[in-house]
Design a protein around this ligand. Structure first.
Ligand code: SF4
Length: 240
């Protein structure tokens, strides 16, 4: 029986990226490097630590004060939230493929609809903005999955927490290190515009049709990576 193809919300928008390579994607999906592989670099844990810290701050603030933290409520123009739901890993069948994902936060609004959020700890630099199509598709996948689980979705948003390095402000730098070392963040909300279920399904089919091929598809034109990799493997093969 053919292996079930599972597309994650994080991967959904990959084909929208300028440097997308179907061949690379096929290989990394079917032959992921195991955690003990010598060529695998350890991932820096700070970003996921910050993301789970933000989730915790928001949920504890809500359970204690029945409102979002002020910095977040202000960035959302005072949006009223009546409950903070526990995010779940959702899965939906799309044709022969599965779409899976778990958002960072699901907020219930007074009309019983949900507002879905993903936190990003990053400066909104041009290189970060270039990732927006990927993040936008990720949120659309969550919207699709939420609808499939009986929710009415009223909005999708990226909540950016931007570290403030205060490079040119010595007074601020002294202030943030006077008693203990602290790092300040600005909160910026970027909402995702309108989307449709067909749009999400098309993205699933686009990736699914690449991954269900028996052989790796062709690589990108002009990319020298494949040639240099096969030269390198040939060199190793001669020594083995
Ligand atoms: S090395 Fe280049 S062409 Fe080869 S799979 Fe990777 S991105 Fe694609």
């Amino acid at each position: 029986m053919a292996k079930k193809i599972v597309i994650t919300a994080r991967d959904l928008g990959r084909t929208k990226m300028e440097n997308f390579c179907a061949r690379c994607f096929w290989f990394t999906y079917h032959f992921p490097l195991p955690s003990d592989h010598p060529f695998r670099s350890p991932m820096p844990g700070i970003v996921s630590t910050l993301d789970s810290y933000i989730r915790r701050v928001v949920s504890v603030t809500y359970s204690e004060k029945r409102s979002l933290p002020d910095w977040l409520a202000n960035a959302l123009s005072g949006m009223k939230v009546i409950d903070v739901l526990e995010p779940k890993r959702w899965e939906a069948r799309v044709g022969d493929f599965s779409l899976v994902g778990q958002p960072d936060a699901i907020w219930k609004l007074p009309d019983d609809s949900v507002f879905i959020v993903d936190y990003k700890t990053a400066q909104l630099t041009p290189s970060q903005e270039a990732l927006f199509p990927l993040y936008e598709a990720q949120l659309k996948a969550y919207g699709y999955l939420a609808q499939g689980n009986g929710h009415t979705v009223s909005g999708l948003a990226l909540v950016y927490l931007q570290p403030q390095p205060y490079r040119d402000d010595p007074d601020k730098l002294l202030q943030v290190s006077s008693e203990q070392f602290t790092l300040h963040f600005d909160c910026v909300v970027k909402q995702v515009g309108s989307w449709t279920r067909e749009e999400v399904e098309d993205m699933v089919y686009a990736l699914g049709s690449i991954l269900s091929q028996n052989r790796p598809p062709d690589g990108r034109d002009q990319c020298k990576g494949c040639t240099s990799l096969s030269n390198w493997l040939e060199g190793i093969d001669e020594l083995a």
